[in-house]
Design a protein around this ligand. Structure first.
Ligand SMILES: [Zn+2]
Length: 275
């Protein structure tokens, strides 16, 4: 009986499989690297775009971006439905990046005694950061080439692996630009200011900028903030001054970027123009 049942199931399934349209598959994989932000457009227009099952916001004309995690594996898959109703896919190939390594004295990461007051403060601060990135605006501000927000030497690259003694810590989530206190910080692209506050325990005075479709910048350790939440800033508009507020060993700008919660390397926005 079991065998007959199975045969019926297979027989019933075959016509459905045969009727489904064959997927459109892009000939060339989308080649990128760990930590990159890729700005591109669909080779066939459509809707319901996903990256490994995660919904990817897109403009009406099919432009979108994807952020590749610091620890992403060698491949990923973009999938969508074309305007003619055909499933479509675009394989993504991801090159591993050799990250910098910073070895620091073990004493710098010694856990302090329990401090409920500090913990409550961090909960409030991290809640404010999360709320600032809660909405994904449809702004196309991410579609131009970005500019450097401050002059100066890059003192720590995105992704640098910090090792305290022999204990690895979280990789560096942004680009550090060493510059004297008081150096103006410019908006790297047009944006809506979502948070302009501080000083927070680690970030110091900080500004979060919304570039649209889930892409945000965070500027940390400012000595002065010159913008307010809700304000729209142009590319190159001053937003504040470099400082050393929060946890910083000297004056510098920490510029972090996230795409839908994935930390990406700001350097890829400076060197790559969207396709
Ligand atoms: Zn930093």
């Amino acid at each position: 009986m079991k065998a007959i049942g199975l045969a019926l199931v297979i027989a019933a399934a075959i016509p459905m499989v045969a009727a489904a349209p064959l997927p459109f598959t892009a000939v060339e994989p989308l080649a990128t690297r760990q930590g990159a932000l890729v700005r591109t457009r669909l080779p066939r227009p459509g809707h319901d775009l996903t990256l490994d099952g995660k919904p990817v916001p897109m403009t009406r004309d099919g432009a979108f971006m994807i952020g590749i995690d610091h620890d992403a594996g060698a491949t990923a898959l973009l999938a969508w439905t074309t305007d003619s109703g055909r499933p479509a896919r675009w394989p993504v190939t991801i090159t591993a990046k050799a990250w910098d390594t910073d070895i620091l004295p073990a004493r710098l990461s010694m856990p302090g005694p329990p401090n409920p007051e500090y913990d409550a403060r961090r909960d409030r601060e991290l809640g404010a950061v999360k709320a600032a990135r809660a909405d994904t605006s449809p702004l196309p501000f991410w579609q131009a080439r970005f500019i450097r927000p401050a002059p100066g030497r890059i003192s720590t690259n995105f992704g640098a692996q910090r090792i305290y003694g022999d204990r690895p810590a979280a990789p560096h989530g942004g680009m550090d630009i060493a510059a004297p206190t008081g150096t103006p910080i410019l908006s790297p692209s047009p944006a809506v200011v979502r948070l302009a506050t501080g000083p927070f325990a680690l970030e110091g005075n900080l500004v979060i900028l919304d570039h649209g479709l889930g892409l945000y910048s965070v500027m940390m350790h400012l000595s002065r903030i010159d913008v307010k939440a809700g304000q729209i800033v142009a590319q190159g508009e001053p937003i504040g001054l470099v400082g050393a507020t929060g946890r910083a060993t000297g004056p510098h700008l920490h510029w972090g970027m996230t795409w839908l919660g994935v930390r990406v390397d700001p350097a890829t926005l400076l060197t790559e123009t969207p396709q």
